[in-house]
Write a protein that binds this ligand. Sequence first.
Ligand code: PLP
Length: 454
Amino acid sequence: MNQRHPLSEVAETGAGRGAMQALWMPFTANRSFKNTPRLLVAAQGMHYRSDDGRSILDGTAGLWCVNAGHGREPITRAIQEQAARMDYAPSFQMGHPLEFEAAEALARIAPGRLKRVFFTNSGSESVDTALKIVLAYHRARGQGQRNVFIGRERGYHGVGFGGISVGGIAGNRKVFHGAMLPNVDHLPHTHDLERQGFARGQPAWGAHLADELERLVQLHDASNIAAVIVEPVAGSTGVLVPPQGYLQRLRAICDKHGLLLVFDEVITGYGRLGAPFAAQALGVLPDLIVSAKAVNNGTVPLGAVFVRDDLVDTVLEAAADGAIEFAHGYTYSGHPLAAAATLATQQLYADEGLLERVRRDGLDAYWEQALHSLRDSPHVRDIRNIGLMGAVELHPRPEGAGLRGHEVFTRCFEMGALVRCTADTIALSPPLIIERAHIDQLTETLRHALRDTR
Ligand SMILES: Cc1ncc(COP(=O)(O)O)c(C=O)c1O
């Protein structure tokens, strides 16, 4: 018998489209959204279902987070059971076994000596936590003057004051300009359409852009610099793939001057590039890794900051016996439901080999081929890919940036595929359980949307 989905009534009656006034939606054009809402009411495997009952292929893993696909039974069960057993435990001066188990499970897949884990509730909190850990470490070893952070243009590190300060997205900084961290500088971004256009995987041109760090070191003096923070692949600004050798060069310059290197892997973490982290996939070891999202398949808010063990030891050992060593944490750090979801997710990733699948099954090559087949479609300015991430950048319309990208996004949604647009770049990052037929469907939907878009 066909089982009725519990939400099918909502879908059929349209009950989901009640009053929409009260909710102020994040990073959304609220007024236009509420005129033409797009509502999702259920999800399973590779698909969402919209409130009008349509099946929508998920080309973005939700918001880069549902790496094992939707509605995975072991994760759902773990959350349900934990909610019934113990809903919440205080996180300060108290603990519960699952948060320790979750941290151990994560430490097992972390690269190098990044075996200590601090829990937060989001990517933004993880970024700000990482910046604070860096400051605490330098202070603990008697170098408290190191307070300059180096971020990168076009970097996205969430929306906390720390994150927008080291981040390099003008639109996210403009309104808050007077309230950002004072001692921040930025590397240039690595994107160059002329020299890298339609590169497959990592572009050959651009490693030398890392040398700009040398210039910033001369300007600020190495002794004042706390850390450099970059996304290994800049996701939110349109999947900017690091040039070959670029990250290696950043690492070498950091080593030369004693600077810490932080990778923000909120998007690249948990299998997106065919290894647990981009650090492993690209062969560059940072000192801290910031993660969130797919850590528990996007089911319960959780962020995890991985820290090199000796950094943590330095902070812990600098404090007096019995004192709280690091004055930082959240009510929901290591929340029981989030921890249960993390354990179940990591088990699922291991059982299904999902963290390596993208490379092991040659999905990345198939993905690359499929995306680049759109090269001759109308409006296409560039195509970029790495692992199971991709972007199709479009020529903007003369009337304004972002209009064409938004039209492609809405057309795809109408045709049954969820893609993401940031300005005129269509970004793609499907769940790692994707099959080749889904990749074909996604590509064909985009091809049609591009053809029909003005
Ligand atoms: C690289 C990166 N850092 C940080 C964040 C912020 O994460 P959150 O939205 O969970 O705060 C994101 C979100 O997309 C991200 O892509």
